[in-house]
Structure formats: C-alpha cells, structure tokens
Design a protein around this ligand. Structure first.
Ligand code: P6P
Length: 344
C-alpha cells in the first residue's frame, strides 16, 4: 500500500541510504535513462497524430524532421547519455557496433546496453512498445570503453529495466534489490512509485508465444505447448494464450499475473529471434529479482557470456515452475512433469 507519492528520484536515493553497501553511483545513469524515457514517451504518444497533424513527407507541422520512432528513441537516449560523463561506452540494438562517448566528453565507469524501442512495428496499431536497458560496470581500465565492456554475462548487470509506453507509461527496474514499478504522471513529469517490490507468481495460467512458428519448433516445444492447451483441472490447464507481439508488453503482463513467455529457436533460426544483450539479459535480471526464472532452454540466461553484440538466444521467461516444466519438456522428460504436478 502506498500512502504518499514517491518519485523515482526520491525512491532511488532512499534505497541508497538504506543500502550503504550499494555504491548506487549509477543512480544518475538510471535517472538519465528516465529523462530520455520521458522525451521518448512524448513522441510515442503523439506518433499517431503525426499524419493527422498534416506532416508532409519527412517534415511535421512544427517543421521538425519526422524520424522513425526507433531512430528517434535511439538518438534521444544517445543525446542524454552521451553528455553525462558517467559512461565509457554504450551498445544499442539499432547500431551495428559499440558507440564510444563523443570526443572530448569525459569517459566514465559504466556501460549501457539498450534496445531503444522494442516492438516499434506495433506503433501504427497503437500497441504498447518499450525501451529495455542494462547498466554494467566497465571492465576496461582506461580510455574509451571497448566491446568487451558490453559483452558481459547478465549476472554482471548492476541495473536492468524497461519502460512500457502507452496510455499509462511505466518504468520498471531492478538493481538486485527487488523489482519496482513507477507510473508516469505527465502533468508533473514524474515517474511515481506504483508497484513496489513486484513478485511474480510461482506458476501462472498464461503462455505467450507466436504459434505461427509451430511447424518449425522442436518436438519438445510442440509437446509442451500442446500440453498447456489440454484440459486437466488437477493441473489447472488449459492455460490462456496471450501474445501481443511486443516483448515488453507480454513480459510485463506475465510478470504481474504469472505465466511464461517463449521465443524458442527453431529449424530456421536455431537461436530464435531475440537478442541476449538487449532483451534476454535485462529481462532475465528483472524476472529473477521478482522470483521468476529465465532460461535459454537448458541454461540460465544470466550465466550466458555473449560473444557478439547482436547474438540471439532462445528465451523462456516468467514463473519459475512454468519455466522449469518447459525445460523438462524440451529435454524430453515430459512424463515426469505429469507425475510431479499430481504430486504422486
Ligand atoms: P514475432 C518485436 O519485433 C519483437 O522483437 C518482440 O518485441 C516481440 O516479442 C517479438 O519480436 C515478436 O516476434 O516473430 O512473433 O513477430
């Protein structure tokens, strides 16, 4: 129960006071990301109006260049983060390589990996989209940051979070001390604490996957999803299928309600579609901090050491009992699941 309005800044500084052991120095990086999120939010919620406002070609009524929203989001985050002096290097899903700090700008000791606007293809349908970010410590000693600074396992993250843009825009993050959600109040330009200490149910009743790929799935994956859809009161099946096609929206709903998000590898793409650095690792940190789990089907996502910036990974994310059962099906141990669930 929240008895008073607490802003994101007040909350993070309060956390710092309560946990003197936490350096918390990256707080200003988190608050800079929140600033960029407010700027992106303003553009995202107006995106549908650009045509209505009579944008002609690539210029809108204010005479501004109308950018693709994901490019705008990327540029906005780069503009805000590039001048803070806190970062050594950033990596964006929108850029092929790493982006060092501008020449002459101070080089700091943190690294940010981010997906500036995940699910942006949904914007024209007014479906929620999101920004996903990770803050890590640099490991290189001096000078500009390096690609190795970005290619660290998820367990090295100091902070991970996402912003979910929509009629209600939310920022959800963890620094390893639980997961906390803030709802944006545009009239005062603040993210206000609305979901302190989010815990995800140990088991859900929702599965989120693109079943259009069914024919390309492994036998274990097919068997798991078929099993979820079978009628069985003892094991609370069938589950409900809920798939927005926007990872941050699907993940956020399942985080609160319980359930599992699945993006498997398949015959065509053995490592699936989603990126380890920009999607898997940050959401895995959040899932685990909320009591959930995140796997690539056999291994913990947080333990995977990326070998390239845009490396993809199969992703099974959400309620721990659901993720574990999924792993058992993928490993061909599905008979054990039936026995386990009945407790016999
Ligand atoms: P598919 C959006 O393009 C995205 O990266 C995620 O936000 C979303 O969950 C997934 O891809 C949807 O992919 O193949 O189901 O359209």
């Amino acid at each position: 129960m929240i008895d008073r309005a607490v802003t994101l800044s007040q909350f993070v500084f309060q956390q710092e006071r309560e946990h003197p052991e936490a350096s918390g120095e990256f707080t200003s990086v988190l608050l800079d990301i929140a600033l960029a999120a407010k700027m992106i939010n303003k553009a995202v919620i107006r995106a549908g109006l650009v045509d209505v406002l009579g944008a002609t070609g690539s210029m809108n009524v204010q005479g501004e260049k109308v950018q693709k929203l994901d490019v705008f989001a990327h540029d906005t985050i780069m503009k805000v983060l590039g001048s803070t002096g806190q970062l050594a290097v950033v990596a964006s899903e929108e850029d092929e390589g790493i982006v060092p700090m501008p020449d002459g700008a101070p080089v700091g000791k943190y690294v940010v990996n981010f997906d500036p606007l995940d699910g942006s293809s949904n914007i024209d349908a007014n479906v929620n989209i999101g920004t996903i970010f990770s803050i890590l410590p640099r490991i290189s000693r001096k000078g500009h940051g390096t690609v190795e600074d970005c290619l660290q396992a998820g367990r090295r993250q100091l902070c991970a979070g996402y912003i979910l843009y929509g009629t209600t825009t939310m920022l959800v993050y963890t620094t390893g001390d639980g997961v906390h959600g803030f709802t944006y109040e545009p009239s005062i330009g603040e993210f206000l604490l609305s979901h302190p200490s989010i815990r995800t149910p140990s088991r859900g009743r929702i599965y989120s996957v693109n079943e259009g790929n069914y024919a390309k799935w492994s036998e274990g994956m097919k068997r798991y999803v078929d099993w979820l859809k079978m009628e069985d009161k003892v094991t609370a099946r069938p589950y409900s299928g809920r798939y927005v096609g926007s990872l941050v929206a699907d993940f956020h709903r399942n985080l609160l309600y319980g359930g599992i998000y699945l993006y498997p590898g398949d015959a065509k793409n053995p490592n699936g579609k989603l990126r380890l650095l920009y999607e898997g690792a940050p959401l895995a940190f959040i899932a685990e901090q909320a009591g959930g789990a995140a796997s690539d089907g056999t291994k913990r996502i947080m333990d995977l050491a990326p070998s390239s910036l845009h490396q993809r990974t199969p992703l099974y994310l959400g309620s721990p009992e659901d993720v574990r059962e999924c792993e058992m099906f993928l490993a061909g141990q599905h008979e054990a699941v039936g026995v386990e669930r009945r407790g016999c």
